[in-house]
Design a protein. Sequence first.
Lengths: 228, 228
Amino acid sequence: MELPITNFPDAPELKDSLKESAHTKDQPSFKDQRRDRIIQVARSVFYEVGYAGASMSMISNRLGGSKATLYAYFNSKEELFEAIVREQCGEMAALFQRHIGSDDLRSSLTVMARQLMGAVMSDGVIRTIQLVVEESYRNPHLSEMFHNVIQSQGRDNLIGLLQAAHDKGQIDAPNIAEATMVLKSLLFGDCHFKRIMNLAPEPTEGQLHRQIDLAVDVFMTYYGRPTD
Amino acid sequence: MELPITNFPDAPELKDSLKESAHTKDQPSFKDQRRDRIIQVARSVFYEVGYAGASMSMISNRLGGSKATLYAYFNSKEELFEAIVREQCGEMAALFQRHIGSDDLRSSLTVMARQLMGAVMSDGVIRTIQLVVEESYRNPHLSEMFHNVIQSQGRDNLIGLLQAAHDKGQIDAPNIAEATMVLKSLLFGDCHFKRIMNLAPEPTEGQLHRQIDLAVDVFMTYYGRPTD
DNA sequence: GGTGAACCGTACTGTACAGTCTGCTTTCTT
DNA sequence: AAGAAAGCAGACTGTACAGTACGGTTCACC
């Protein structure tokens, strides 16, 4: 079922702009930029109709070029999809900057959580998660890739923060991994699951902040030192 | 790609047993039992290869009958899948029996949570969730159906329990819905998400119990009355 | 022993898709 | 200007699948 998306008019424009930027000797090569453009377009198609529902013809049509060109950049649909997930992981990892705990642990946690949650609840990340779930049976290393970013990178940040807080005596959490899990659960709340099930829209900033405040409050009540 | 599952030998046997049971005038008719058998087999196929990966031929082969028979019971692949999800929802709903809080809220919560979590973390339910996620874009009312069970049924039980506890003065939770969300998040923890992403096997009973104990402890520390 | 409903096996139809190939055009390089 | 590299359009191949058609078979029931 080919959607009626007849040759996007912006495709040729882009092509021209690519050529120009090459004249000015920018860092990313033609190929890289074109590759990025393919990933971007393909991602939007996968988002709309899912992995199984997307066809390479659909992608190349919307891209404006020919299928042959598409296959010149990616050897298969699977490889293209993998590149999309990889790129999304990269974007997420870039968001998980390392935080150094301040004296006020509550505000440190809040700042960090806002950053983390904004990323993790966004339409893009949620849709990627859904696609990974769809493909994770056929292609288990996709979820592993995701795991390495979302769990290792994001979680290690949290663990580092909490470990430092524990060492400074701000909290009393002998089992840091467990405490991290509790915090993460409280932060994600109901909402993350609902998002994945397509049962809730992207939360507003206000909703996110309320949820984070509650999570931090519950967490600190359990793990905080009496003096804190 | 047809899997090498040549005509299950048990299919004819079953057919015979169906006929026999009709003689004895059991409640479920031929059709009902046969329908259940189809759902059961189809579910196992969907579990193995996903919705898109499963073909009706594959299902009817494994069933032992012909495709025509399959279509005599279900008008389309989608309808069959919907029946599977509906049945799984029914099974889950049956597990969420109503609990009346005892004087010991901690133990009430623990008992209820063990029941809930055992269901919700099981391979069957998790795999169904994954399939629903896969199809929820094309077929949004599948997730709604799920939502009605897992959220309304399961959650209403929790809400009822907590409301009673609040009324009895066992906890101080002016916003019951919020408290329920906190409890649910703590119970599900990391594990549920990991399960959905195919990153963790079904937890052992010991792991479940530890997680539940921690969740209840955190919850009661925050919401419990000082006297409790 | 005949009738009808359910079922069986399988061939068929129409469609859709991944991936390839070809012949042509544009654009860059030298 | 000439050759090379990349891209374009779209036809083509082979496969897989949803769903249908059909002729033959079983079997309960009359």
